[in-house]
Design a protein around this ligand. Sequence first.
Ligand code: AHG
Ligand code: MN
Ligand code: MN
Length: 299
Amino acid sequence: MKLDEFLRLNAPEDLAGLTAAIAMASLTVWESIPFKSGLLSEVNPSGETQKAIDVYSNDAFVEALTGTGLASEVASEEMAEPVEAKGGVSVAMDPLDGSSNVDTNNPIGSIFGFYSKKLPTAGKNLTGALYVTYGSMVTLTFSFGKGVHRFVAVRDGGSMGFELLGVNLKLPAKPEVYGFGGARKDWIPPVARFWHSLEERGLRNRYCGTFVGDYNQVLTRGGIFSYPALVNRPRGKLRVLYESAPMAYINQQAGGYASDGEGNILDIAPTELAETSPLYIGSEPLVREVEGDILSEKS
Ligand code: AHG
Ligand code: MN
Ligand code: MN
């Protein structure tokens, strides 16, 4: 089944239009990656040096999203303020996740959250979320509240289109992989202990350095991804609005759970657009276990 047909039958009209626009823009971003990997002199609101692909993808998606007339605003980790528009959906995005991994050709991605309230707002106000994975395939993984579905980019005559790859994706019951970001020496002690226990249980360490790539394999194989609280960085690195909440929404639709180490990521009400939190996401039993370990260390 083609993407447009699936969206017509299964998505609210506004989210269908935004998703179709993201799908086409993602192909433009993907084709530009080899030419846009240089470093720029600018920094983003999180103080990170921007790569040309960060800015190029940001501008491509802003244009595609505002051009639908369906977005009321588009906020991005690459912009200090949202771009205002005339539609009804607040869109928050990480236009290029893992841009530091372009040079090594690791999987990278784009993350989008569709919120029903003005940004910043809590993840429980998400009505849908989508991530693009630029890996051995270009895939769209998304949910509008009725399961998680995946499409893959394929040649369609003289151009590229998206074909259905899977519906109602669920985390498998048996967790197989784990991946933790940051330097092991900097993890808070309960996280370090938990990480070692996963090795003893025979889970496999699979970490590529990109949130989208690292989560994407957890969704398929079961397990846990984390960018944890660090001793010298207790608020972690990943941005709630742009990265963790949209992925937590998809993960929850796939039967999983995502925590900041104290409670559900989707309950966090960020007061700043670029607010970060620790993230533990994947199979619910594992996430609940590490959340419990962190909480009991605090009590
Ligand atoms: P972004 O490129 O959007 O800033 O995201 C990079 C993030 C995330 O993709 C990944 O999990 C994390 O940075 C890796 O951080 P370190 O390089 O500090 O390990
Ligand atoms: Mn990014
Ligand atoms: Mn990112």
